[in-house]
Write a protein that binds this ligand. Structure first.
Ligand SMILES: [Zn+2]
Length: 143
């Protein structure tokens, strides 16, 4: 949902523009040319303000759409992961882990799927957070 303040400002600028047009219309031909020019200047300023506010609302909507898409991607990827021996794996049709493991610390903290590097035997290290994973023992001890 866009920021309510920018929508309210857009609507206020549009309403002000309409009020100016109504004032000119109601004045019929009784308006002095200088007053008419002044009203038109106010109308242009008000329309420019409405355009700026609409642009800001569009920016907010685009950022929110991007964030929603990012969260949808995270949710979709999360549905493909399983935790096994302290690490995350994608799983096959039988529910068994497959492929290389992902760092559970990075996934749980930031939802970043970082492949672990195999460093020796059954030990892996995350290239991002440097956490080391054994078969079931972790360097940080927090998992
Ligand atoms: Zn990590």
């Amino acid at each position: 949902m866009p920021d309510a303040t920018s929508i309210i400002a857009t609507l206020a600028a549009i309403k002000h523009s309409i009020d100016v047009v109504k004032a000119v219309k109601d004045a019929d031909y009784d308006l002095d040319k200088s007053i008419l020019k002044e009203k038109i200047a106010v109308l242009v300023d008000s329309l420019l303000e409405a355009k700026i506010q609409a642009g800001e609302t569009l920016d907010i909507l685009e950022k929110k759409d991007k964030k929603i898409a990012e969260l949808e991607n995270i949710l979709e990827f999360k549905s493909k992961l399983m935790r096994h021996q302290g690490k995350y794996y994608e799983f096959d049709e039988n529910g068994n882990p497959k492929g290389d493991p992902f760092c559970s610390m990075c996934w749980d903290d930031e939802h970043k799927a970082i492949f672990l590097n195999h460093i020796r035997d059954n030990s892996f290290m995350c290239p991002k957070c440097k956490n080391i994973y054994g078969r079931t023992i972790y360097k940080s001890g927090s998992y």
